[in-house]
Design a protein around this ligand. Structure first.
Ligand code: NAI
Length: 242
């Protein structure tokens, strides 16, 4: 279904990003994985994509928060793959803490990675999308950006910001044939949520369990092919933000 398309997945070396890369590869897309530091993990994801699906896949180390590093990486991806059709802004971090005690750098790091990182990627790929008159952008936000969460003012602000970014980009680029949607996971079992098994919020999930990275990847697959959907925020949260 995505044969001949190229997808860039940020933070694709593990967790939700790994599941998204593998899912899009299983649909026939070539995959560019952007990762922060774990070279071996990123290469393993690329090997999986290639061996299981016969697509092309390459890993690129890049800090998405760095405007000029993203520019250089996008140029490399373009040189390697020719063009890009799908961008999944999945890279994200948490630096949780109570507002009254939060360090300035913990606020800045989270905003820079989660929100500015997505802007940097969209900014540097938009020229390509506009020229192609085709592009699909999927921003991984969070239910924390819709509901807020005590101890996560930085993370919630970054994820709420992503929703505003998504809707503005969707309106601005729709006339060029480019769609932009957000996907809001709830509690998904990954390294990020390790140690949260006693979190009282888990008891409030109507479907009763944490989600799996593959649950998010299924929804990304839907948004990648839903040609008449743009500016949407799709929850994948077991109903917690209902
Ligand atoms: P994770 O911590 O397992 O993976 C995050 C990925 O982002 C890693 O591959 C890491 O290398 C990459 N990354 C972090 N900073 C980066 C940077 N500056 N430049 C490039 N890559 C960077 O996290 P997980 O759980 O897989 O989360 C993926 C996304 O889903 C994040 O945006 C997260 O906020 C979001 N999310 C996760 C939820 C969960 O319950 N796990 C719930 C809601 C949203």
């Amino acid at each position: 279904m995505l044969k001949g398309k190229t997808a860039v997945v940020t933070g694709g070396s593990r967790g939700i990003g790994e599941a998204i890369a593998c899912k899009l590869a299983s649909m026939g897309a070539n995959i560019a994985v952007i990762y922060a530091g774990n070279h071996d993990a990123a290469e393993n994801v690329c090997s999986r994509c290639k061996e299981e699906n016969g697509v092309q896949a390459r890993a690129y180390q890049c800090n998405v928060a760095d405007f000029s590093a993203v520019k250089d990486t996008v140029a490399k991806i373009k040189a390697d793959f020719g063009t890009v059709h799908i961008l999944v802004n999945n890279a994200g971090i948490t630096r949780d803490g109570m507002l009254a005690m939060m360090k300035e750098e913990d606020y800045d790091d989270v905003l820079d990675t989660n929100l500015k990182g997505a802007f940097n990627m969209i900014r540097h790929l938009s020229g390509l999308f506009i020229r192609n008159r085709e592009g699909c952008i999927i921003n991984i936000t969070s239910v924390a950006g819709m509901m807020g969460n005590a101890g996560q003012c930085n993370y919630s602000a970054s994820k709420a910001g992503l929703i505003g970014l998504t809707k503005s980009v969707a309106k601005e680029l729709a006339p060029k044939g480019i769609r932009c949607n957000a996907l809001a996971p709830g509690f998904i079992a990954t390294d990020m949520t390790e140690g949260q098994t006693e979190n009282p919020l888990l008891k409030m999930i109507p479907l009763g369990t944490m989600g799996k990275p593959e649950d998010v990847a299924e929804a990304v697959a839907y948004l990648a092919s839903a040609k008449y959907v743009t500016g949407e925020v799709l929850r994948v949260d077991g109903g917690i933000a209902m």
